[in-house]
Ligand binder design. Structure first.
Ligand SMILES: NC(=O)C1=CN([C@@H]2O[C@H](COP(=O)(O)OP(=O)(O)OC[C@H]3O[C@@H](n4cnc5c(N)ncnc54)[C@H](OP(=O)(O)O)[C@@H]3O)[C@@H](O)[C@H]2O)C=CC1
Ligand SMILES: CC(=O)N[C@@H](CCC(=O)OP(=O)(O)O)C(=O)O
Length: 347
């Protein structure tokens, strides 16, 4: 069976990556693409790398245009998907790459985003270890999926196995991330000009203000934490795509090195898209460029009593579009890996 698909926000980075991946997905046929300022133009005018879409034209983003498809992927700015999705049929599978449906807590939404809170949908990180229930089972029965924030899912995948296994403490978690500017979207911002970024590394949202903190805490609570605290600091670096998250956590006293590694290896055993590196190896962002793969390295800093988890993802693939398609595959009963690359592009 072929599922008809609409992609909203198709002129942006996340929408473009959805379309790149969907072009080689055997079960999906993209019939409609929508945008905002670019509506009325050909898709290839906004996304010159997507030649296979020929003369397909970007339409305005309205519920009428999006209606009537089997699957709707939304890649809109925060706060823009809640209203439009309320008007779509409950039968339609809707996958939102924005933040509008990620947070369960209206208080967190108000504190970190503001505006109307439309409630939480099933979180689109299938591999996320959970203390109760099963992420894939929830996705399989869902018609509303919230794809993750790219930084948030990278950190959640890094730390959740240790929380679930009870081998790391949930207080005093620390994550520092090197991130590429494509995570900020395509619209013009002075701090994202090439002249500002090239040759420089710039921390932002320093001091606990980043919107992904409540999303990470929510994921860690699902893994069994009660009230986790995390110091989270992203650093913008000159690479167009990619996230390298370096996360550290205090080891629960009495846990040996083998027990630590076992926690992560057990959590991700057999996972096609989350892979543990052997002891002594660390991932690079270049290893996962273009891939729906999270690569995780693990080391123990005995002197500091901490585990150090290094995770590399492509923010536009495993961090967004790949996670969205992987979750849609599960919801539609397709093999989870359909249309998704495990291998990266090198060099
Ligand atoms: N980039 C990333 O790595 C990640 C992005 N996301 C999320 O995905 C979503 C899209 O991000 P990204 O692609 O980076 O952003 P971009 O700025 O690159 O693209 C935004 C898209 O939304 C459209 N748009 C802008 N304003 C409106 C509006 N008022 N109503 C309807 N459509 C509008 C734009 O259309 P036009 O160009 O025609 O104006 C464009 O297609 C965001 O919610 C983002 O947070 C999530 C994880 C990672
Ligand atoms: C460089 C940069 O600005 N990156 C973005 C990543 C955003 C993202 O992952 O997505 P959502 O905005 O949908 O949560 C950031 O840190 O906010």
């Amino acid at each position: 069976m072929t599922f008809s698909v609409a992609v909203s926000g198709a002129s942006g980075y996340a929408g473009g990556e959805l379309l790149r991946l969907l072009a080689s997905h055997p079960d999906f046929e993209v019939r409609t693409v929508t945008a905002h300022q670019n509506a009325g133009q050909k898709l290839v005018a906004a996304q010159p790398h997507l030649r296979s879409y020929g003369d397909l034209v970007l339409q305005p983003t309205t519920a009428d245009v999006l209606a009537g498809h089997d699957v709707v992927f939304l890649a809109l700015p925060h706060g823009k998907s809640g209203e439009v999705t309320e008007q779509l049929s409950p039968e339609t599978l809707v996958v939102d790459c924005g933040a509008d449906h990620r947070l369960e807590s209206a208080t967190d939404w108000a504190a970190f985003y503001g505006g109307d809170h439309y409630g939480a949908w099933t979180y689109g990180v299938p591999e996320l270890p959970r203390a109760a229930g099963d992420q894939r089972a929830d996705l399989a029965s869902s018609r509303r999926i919230a794809a993750p924030g790219c930084n948030a899912s990278t950190v959640a995948l890094s730390l959740a196995p240790g929380i679930l296994a009870g081998v790391i403490e949930e207080q005093d978690l620390v994550s520092v991330l090197a991130v590429g500017p494509s995570g900020a979207g395509k619209s013009l911002k002075v701090n994202l000009l090439a002249s500002e970024i090239l040759g420089s590394a710039s921390p932002y949202a320093v001091g606990g203000g980043h919107r992904h903190i409540p999303e990470i805490q929510q994921a860690l609570r699902a893994a069994g934490a009660t009230a986790p605290t995390i110091s989270f600091t992203p650093v913008l670096v000159p690479m167009s795509r990619g996230i390298l998250a370096v996360s550290t956590a205090r080891i629960v006293p009495g846990t040996d090195a083998a027990g630590i590694r076992r926690a992560w290896e057990t959590a991700y055993a057999g996972e096609p898209f989350v892979q543990m590196l052997p002891e002594g190896e660390q991932p690079r962002t270049s290893d996962v460029q273009g891939a729906n793969t999270a690569l995780i390295g693990l080391a123990i800093d005995e002197a500091a009593g901490r585990v150090v988890v290094t995770t590399a993802v492509d923010n536009l693939v495993k961090g967004t579009a790949g996670a969205a398609i992987q979750s849609a595959n599960i919801a539609l009963g397709l093999p989870e890996t359909t249309g998704l690359p495990v291998n990266g592009v090198a060099p």
